[in-house]
Ligand binder design. Structure first.
Ligand SMILES: [Zn+2]
Length: 108
């Protein structure tokens, strides 16, 4: 067991940590994506969000899961190119709504 104890997400049975997922995506696509640049990555992320929107509207649960995975992959790759760790980005929400501090959010 690590000195600092189990990771908080371990109790939820998380299969993939955000930063581990991001490292995996960078291992698979990082070199090629860096070569193509952030404008290309943003365009592909937008394309994948469009496909997700279509799957939500008329796709099966399997197709929706597939598209969520593609959006995550492109988001991870884009964030990596920008030097942003997904864990760091997610931290903004770990103490509740960033605006009102509430869980659940109490914003109007
Ligand atoms: Zn709020």
């Amino acid at each position: 067991m690590p000195a600092h104890g189990p990771h908080p997400s371990a109790e939820y049975g998380a299969l993939v940590e955000l930063n581990d997922f991001q490292s995996t995506i960078v291992d698979i696509y990082g070199a090629r994506d860096r070569e193509r640049g952030v404008v290309h990555a943003v365009a592909w992320l937008a394309e994948e969000i469009g496909e997700l929107a279509q799957a939500v509207r008329k796709g099966s649960a399997d197709e929706q899961r597939h598209e969520v995975g593609d959006v995550l992959a492109w988001l991870a790759s884009l964030a990596a190119q920008l030097g942003i760790d997904l864990d760091d980005a997610a931290r903004r929400y770990t103490s509740g709504c960033p605006r009102c501090g509430g869980t659940p959010c109490a914003c109007e």
